[in-house]
Design a protein around this ligand. Sequence first.
Ligand code: NAP
Length: 516
Amino acid sequence: MTELLSNYVGGRWQPGTGAGTPLFDPVLGTELVRVDATGLDLAGAFAFARDTGGAALRALTYRERAGLLAAVVKVLQANRDAYYEIATANAGTVKNDSAVDIDGAIFTIGQYAKWGDALGDARALRDGEPAKLGKEPVFLSQHVQVPTRGVALFINAFNFPSWGLWEKAAPALLSGVPVIVKPATATAWLTQRMVRDVVEAGVLPAGALSVVCGSSAGLLDQLKPFDVLSFTGSAETAATIRGHDAVARHSVRTNIEADSLNSAVLAPGAAPGSPAFDLLVKEVVREMTVKSGQKCTAIRRILVPEAAYDAAAEAIGARLAKTTVGNPRNEAVRMGALVSRAQLASVREGLQALEGAAQVLHDGRAAPLIDADPQVAACIGPVLLGTRTPDAAQAVHDIEVFGPVATLMPYRDLAHAEALAERGQGSLVASLYGEDAGELARLATALAASHGRVHVITPEVAQAQTGHGNVMPMSLHGGPGRAGGGAELGGLRALDFYHRRAAVQAGPAVLEALQP
Ligand code: NAP
């Protein structure tokens, strides 16, 4: 029997009482560990986090809590090698792809430690200046932001077991709000190990950080009015969560990050062979292959001027053909596995649906795997699809295949490109490639209405740009509509979710004495 990973709730390690669900190596097919959350006293766990963890965190100032984050960074850095080993074994990712999850998390916590330190020795935040409520400044309204007196429950997706925890936990802990994380079962090991290391290092107050590994059964029932819930995963599960009785009845503040049909748009003037064209080709291939395309921000739709369609198909296909796929432990491999055989089946099914609406332009499925058995490994080569009639091809705007798959489509003019991008019904990110600053700025503003982030690449920023799919803590992450309607990161804006805004109406003496 493999190890049964323990849950950390109520300030102690508690194994589930069931047999456990096994986690697998998606390349070798071997069982690694098991998780189980049966029999936990969830009501006690939430109460301990809220009362003990919340009180301890709120007693500290922002600067002190920033110090906790800096200590977490040190713990995670000291154990980095173990995290890479777990990622290779359980997520099947090559080193560069594991870095997005592991080092991306450490970088993000470090940023919040720095920004939090600058907030100083306060325990609440003033929001703007006092506003007069009458003619004379004798009675005024001062808005304040105070930490919510509840727990932050995170229900996370399988593709970012590290970053998915810490990009949320950093602003939550900085705000003074305790965290309970429920990682996706398939990759729960890395999340659990990181929590274990931080708990064992004793750098956080008791109750500040808990982890439940296994089923989510009963978690949402524990939510109370001042709790907040952050969900990352499929649109389907998101809909169930939004409709949950406790969420609806207690108006639990909810942040949802769901699936997204992100686009890359080549500007009208960018001809094949131009620097902007080459930048688009490079970025599309990178986005399709990093983490085997299992990124919510990955490029799924590629929009190019009609005249560039054939050249784009050829250039992207030629680069994809160089992608070596297989066992991430082999140095020759550039792209590892999907997270599980179940995901492989889901990608194949999605591809079949898209093939009804688009042609296959490059098919990496036939290429041999390196060091991996196709009967066992959850590996699949990249597939580029294309349709010359994108208006009629509803499936390509609808179906998110969570793997190394994207669809190329031509547009007539900028209005058409904008309309096609919007067919995603709200996305996390669009990237634009061109040289005409005015034209790109107009398109960026237009797409800002339906996208959380617009990433504009001109030749001057080619070296400095941070990548279409890379979520930087300084920038907003989240998108409207189909993307879930969430808003994360964006520097200190992230703290809004974990604070309550209130207006204090009083005379100047009281407002001045308010304790921020
Ligand atoms: P999922 O099946 O929806 O699962 C997400 C999480 O919800 C898991 O922890 C899962 O637990 C849990 N869950 C499942 N059913 C639940 C229920 N009825 N009540 C409460 N929790 C429940 O999604 P996934 O397959 O892990 O993730 C892939 C999807 O996430 C993709 O569509 C991707 O686009 C999206 N994603 C979005 C973002 C973003 O930031 N926008 C980031 C990453 C991924 P179990 O694992 O135990 O079932």
